[in-house]
Design a protein around this ligand. Structure first.
Ligand code: GLU
Length: 390
């Protein structure tokens, strides 16, 4: 009999992936399923990006590349950091990997091990704590409630720090809540971090371009330049450019950290797909104005979802400034959000992700990266289930 490692045995299955697969399986059986579980844009990858991939294939860009990204992509990323964030990262300070997940995992893997702690404010994306566990370290999950808009406060951060803390994970705008930190809020967290030079900060900025209502996006290395050497600024093309399947994530950070990640990549995945890298060059260097139309569509869908969901008995949610999720408090209707999510999938044909997967039981996450028609139909079905407030 083969025994699996302790490492894989101690981690949970990804609930976002599991719910999305369950929805796919039911669809394949002919069921009419509206999938609001996966966090991925419903838009198609823009034509100029697809054309760049075709041109790359035809030009023979089909071989191994530098393990952590081609020079052209690193130049495009460097230009993006400078244009959007006022940050200067040279090629040796940039790491590209097959998606945001591997970037985060590589960063953790080169820095933490048994006995180390990583602070993860919750609600948090499903994979952060499990990646920490896969590296044999301990996630310190800090609950952040609706009273602080699900955000980490300086006091809560200070209380969670120990001599073993190695990383703080920050995700803004957040998956699953859509909450986002203002530059003042980041500065207040930076003040706490300044007293603890052993802590690195991992900023997952993957939803940077998905902010609404004039919210001004900010990231730690920009707000606190003195923490630049301790910050990994992570991003990717998946969410902004509707490129989830292309698998390109990247990060800017200090040379010593990016160098260690390069060594790790060289012995594990090697380079991300060469063709996807050229597509990402086109995404980052190409026109950005279509993002305004997409943002307008997302904001409209968010407003519709928030209004309809708040009109249902026992459900309540806020209108978050970013990402494409609404995080709904359903604690008035159930004490088991996983059962509720399963039942909504089976009975109403609406796929969601339970809050407990994000370390925030009593909630459901709805992705509104779906067409207006699908969202309206989903709300009709949910209304039939929960009833309307009179
Ligand atoms: N980040 C997306 C989500 O939360 C993609 C799924 C995943 O990788 O977990 O739905």
């Amino acid at each position: 009999m083969t025994h699996l490692s302790d490492r894989i045995s101690r981690v949970a299955t990804s609930a976002t992936m599991a719910m999305t697969q369950a929805a796919r399986d039911l669809k394949a059986q002919g069921r009419d399923i509206i999938s609001l579980s996966a966090g991925e844009p419903d838009f198609d990858t823009p034509v100029h990006i697809r054309d760049a991939a075709k041109a790359a294939m035809d030009a023979g860009q089909t071989r191994y590349t530098a393990v952590d990204g081609i020079a052209e992509l690193k130049a495009a990323i460097s230009a993006k950091f400078s244009r959007d964030n006022g940050l200067t990262y040279s090629a040796s300070q940039i790491s590209v990997a097959p998606g945001g997940k591997p970037v985060i995992f590589n960063a953790l893997a080169v820095l933490v091990g048994a006995g180390d702690e990583v602070i993860v404010p919750a609600p948090c994306w499903v994979s952060y704590p499990e990646m920490v566990r896969l590296c044999d370290a301990t996630p310190i999950i800090v609950p952040c409630g609706a009273d602080t808009d699900y955000k980490l406060t300086p006091d809560a951060l200070a209380a969670a720090i120990t001599p073993r803390t190695k990383w703080l994970m920050l995700n803004s705008p957040s998956n699953p809540t859509g909450a986002a930190y203002t530059s003042n809020e980041l500065e207040a967290l930076a003040n706490v971090l300044r007293d603890h030079p052993q802590i690195l900060i991992l900023c997952d900025d993957i939803y940077e371009h998905l902010v609404y209502d004039d919210f001004k996006f900010a990231t730690m290395a920009e707000v606190a330049p003195d923490l630049f050497e301790r910050t990994l600024t992570m991003n990717g093309v998946s969410k902004a450019y509707a490129m989830t399947g292309w698998r390109i994530g990247y990060a800017g950070g200090p040379d010593w950290l990016i160098g260690a990640m390069r060594k790790y990549i060289g012995q594990t995945t090697s380079n991300p797909c060469s063709i996807s890298q050229w597509a990402a060059v086109a995404a980052l260097n190409g026109p950005q104005d279509f993002l305004n139309d997409w943002r307008t569509a997302y904001a409209r869908r968010r407003d519709m979802m928030v209004q309809r969901l708040n009109g249902m008995k026992g459900l309540s949610c806020q209108a978050p400034p970013g990402a494409f999720y609404v995080f709904v408090d359903c604690s008035a209707v159930t004490d088991n959000d996983s059962d509720l999510a399963m039942s909504l999938l089976r009975e109403q044909g609406v796929a969601t992700v339970p809050g407990s997967a994000f370390h925030a039981p009593g909630h459901l996450r709805f992705s509104y990266a779906a067409s207006d028609e699908e969202l309206r139909e989903a709300c009709d079905r949910l209304e039939a289930r929960f009833g309307r407030l009179s």
